[in-house]
Write a protein that binds this ligand. Structure first.
Ligand code: HEC
Length: 155
């Protein structure tokens, strides 16, 4: 067999030993988001794998280099927005994230495309997007902010 094939197989095996540390921290019900069941169900299906401590790990979580990409998404996703830490997020930061959340949902930037390839059920249809955007707007109003959409209507 071609030497190169052995090299490639060797590398494929060697990288399996570099394993990310996948952990879900315990969820505190007093801090975690808890809202309308319809909203919760959409968020849990489409966002929670990267934006909460309730990540569901698939069998390929241990197969490098997919595991590295997954771990990167989860670490950065939780840092950007963690629904399991909802009550503790600084209100100013939360307002910004909520505005961004509306944008990323409307522009199909979230859930991430590579994730959707493996999680077809996480694709948002229009009515689910609308439910999420309405929820984000309500949260913005609760925090004393004015959703951009309403700001434009004021003009
Ligand atoms: C596969 C993992 C993954 C899924 C699923 C996912 N996200 Fe993200 N999200 C990320 C990562 C990683 C970031 C960090 C910034 C980046 O890479 O775009 C992020 C960033 C964000 C941000 C901050 C963006 C900014 O620029 O401030 C928001 C808001 C967000 N996601 C909302 C959502 C919502 C809402 C859902 C579900 C509809 C969702 N995400 C699903 C991985 C994910």
């Amino acid at each position: 067999m071609n030497k190169l094939v052995y090299v490639v197989i060797g590398i494929a095996i060697a990288i399996q030993f570099i394993r990310p540390d996948f952990k879900n921290l315990p969820v505190d019900d007093k801090v975690a988001l808890n809202t309308d069941p319809k909203v919760m169900s959409i968020l849990k299906t489409s966002c929670y794998d990267c934006h909460s401590s309730e990540t569901k790990y698939p069998w390929y979580q241990n197969v490098a280099p997919v595991s590295w990409i997954m771990s990167d998404h989860i670490v950065r996703g939780r840092k950007a927005l963690d629904f399991s830490n909802w009550a503790n997020i600084d209100p100013k930061v939360k307002l910004l994230r909520l505005e961004r959340a509306k944008q990323v949902v409307n522009n199909n930037m979230m859930p991430k495309h590579d994730y959707l390839m493996m999680h077809k059920n996480a694709v948002l249809d229009n009515s689910e997007k609308q439910t999420l955007v309405e929820f984000f707007d309500l949260q913005i109003i609760e925090l004393g902010g004015t959703p951009n959409r309403l700001k434009e209507l004021d003009k």
